[in-house]
Design a protein around this ligand. Structure first.
Ligand code: HEC
Length: 152
């Protein structure tokens, strides 16, 4: 094997680490924007439905069904690549480090949300307001359950 002078090897390592760090930061930033973007799409729809369920806005079955459908679609986006390991550092994120210590639980909570949003989409299309209210509550709980465990 050809021997590489130690100083050169260390220099190469430093350059490597510096690059990895730069790339990491850029990727984390983009990932954080992506995941909070998806979260905000979900909130937009949940909020509008929430106003109706709480009697603060008029129930319009077609609009409600669209919002439930869009929430369901957003919850099924492939959001997990938006959570690269240890991307909980910095001011731009409220993600907790527990996400990567308890990844199975995190993904289980995402699966629960998807199950509930899917049921809400079906219930909304059916137009039974009492059933819609109940199912809306289950979706809200699924959001909160994950935030409680994994968001600052
Ligand atoms: C599987 C876990 C999980 C579920 C389920 C979940 N969230 Fe989140 N949410 C997070 C995490 C983690 C953050 C923090 C992300 C960050 O700041 O990087 C977050 C952040 C947010 C934010 C703040 C975004 C921002 O701009 O800072 C909103 C709004 C939000 N979630 C809405 C929702 C809604 C609405 C639901 C349910 C329909 C939901 N979330 C379900 C994990 C989840």
């Amino acid at each position: 094997m050809r021997r590489i002078p130690a100083s050169l090897a260390i220099l190469a390592l430093c350059v490597n680490l510096a690059q990895a760090h730069d790339n990491g930061d850029g990727e984390f930033e983009a990932a954080i924007e992506y995941r909070t973007g998806v979260m905000n799409v979900m909130l937009w729809n949940l909020k509008h439905m929430g106003a109706v369920v709480k009697g603060k806005a008029k129930y319009d079955q077609a609009a409600f069904t669209r919002q439930a459908r869009d929430l369901n679609a957003a919850s099924h986006l492939d959001i997990l690549p938006g959570f690269p390991e240890d991307s909980d550092e910095g001011d731009d994120t409220d993600a907790k480090g527990e996400i990567w210590l308890d990844w199975d639980n995190f993904t289980a909570k995402l699966d629960s949300l998807r199950k509930e949003t899917s049921a809400l989409a079906t219930t909304a299309a059916g137009g039974d307001f009492a059933a819609i209210k109940t199912q809306y509550g289950k979706v809200g709980k699924a959001c909160k359950s994950c935030h409680k465990a994994f968001r600052e």
